[in-house]
Design a protein around this ligand. Structure first.
Ligand code: FES
Length: 260
């Protein structure tokens, strides 16, 4: 799988929730290589912020040579991205990371895709590409929700949860799954660590294989800062310790492989 750095053109950019933006980038061939769950690193123009920002791929549009990313403004780098207008050029490296295993769930089975907050965007391309039936469960803080309408188009079923109950079922994604009797044959999940921990435990109890994307813990995204190291069950053959770099070895892991 390739890893290229290109000068990408901003095709379309809009705010879709408070602090959440949807950005379409013309990236050429890179769009053909992208697998759901992979990410790209986007470089800031500002010289003092040299490390790129890793952002997950929300949609791949290979026919148009475009990738769509949906990101939340969390610091100076993403604040700078939020000001990009159509026609602007940005340096983009990718696709990076491993992505979700699309063949993990057979055609007549059901995959449950569970996302929280800014872990939701990669589930859109995943729901589009999985060959099996899909139930998507998404959790938001409140009604300031995004992407759920597009997920309803892409998936067979969508269940929504929110912390304050202003959209969907009040509670966590697991509360909503319980209330709606959601189950399946395999699980794919992306979101904040406490949510992933709950999903891993739930999957373990139900004996359902689960893959989780730990992209939330990434910083530089290019293996340079070691901020993303997580503890793994097995000793890594390269570093000889029980460590994995999320940006290099992940961000998607079989849930039982990693400690959360
Ligand atoms: Fe910097 Fe992985 S995010 S090394």
């Amino acid at each position: 799988m390739g890893k290229t750095k290109v000068s990408a053109t901003v095709m379309f950019h809009e705010q879709i929730a408070s602090d959440v933006y949807s950005l379409y980038l013309q990236v050429g061939e890179m769009a053909k290589e992208a697998v759901p769950g992979q990410f790209v690193s986007i470089y800031c123009k500002e010289g003092s912020r040299l490390l790129p920002r890793p952002i997950s791929i929300c949609e791949a549009l290979p026919d148009k040579g475009q990738l769509r990313v949906v990101y939340r403004v969390v610091g100076a780098g993403t604040k700078e991205f939020s000001k990009l207008h159509a026609g602007a050029e940005v340096e983009v490296m990718g696709p990076l990371g491993n992505g979700f295993p699309l063949d993990a769930c057979e055609k007549d089975k059901t995959a449950v895709l569970i996302g929280g907050g800014i872990g939701i965007p990669p589930l859109l391309e995943l729901a589009k590409q999985l060959p099996c039936k899909t139930t998507v469960v998404v959790g938001y803080r409140n009604a300031d929700a995004f992407l759920w309408e597009e997920l309803e188009e892409a998936a067979d079923r969508v269940v929504i949860a929110s912390d304050d109950g202003s959209i969907g079922i009040k509670g966590t994604v697991l509360d909503a799954m319980e209330a709606e009797g959601v189950t399946g044959d395999c699980i794919f999940s992306c979101g904040p660590t406490p949510m992933l921990r709950g999903v891993k435990q739930w999957a373990f109890e139900k004996q359902i294989p689960a893959w989780i994307s730990m992209e939330e813990k990434m910083a530089c995204g290019i293996g340079a800062c070691l901020a993303c190291v997580c503890e793994s069950k097995e000793i890594d053959s390269h570093s000889k310790v029980k460590n994995k770099r999320i940006c290099k070895d992940g961000p998607v892991f079989f849930a039982e492989e990693v400690e959360l």
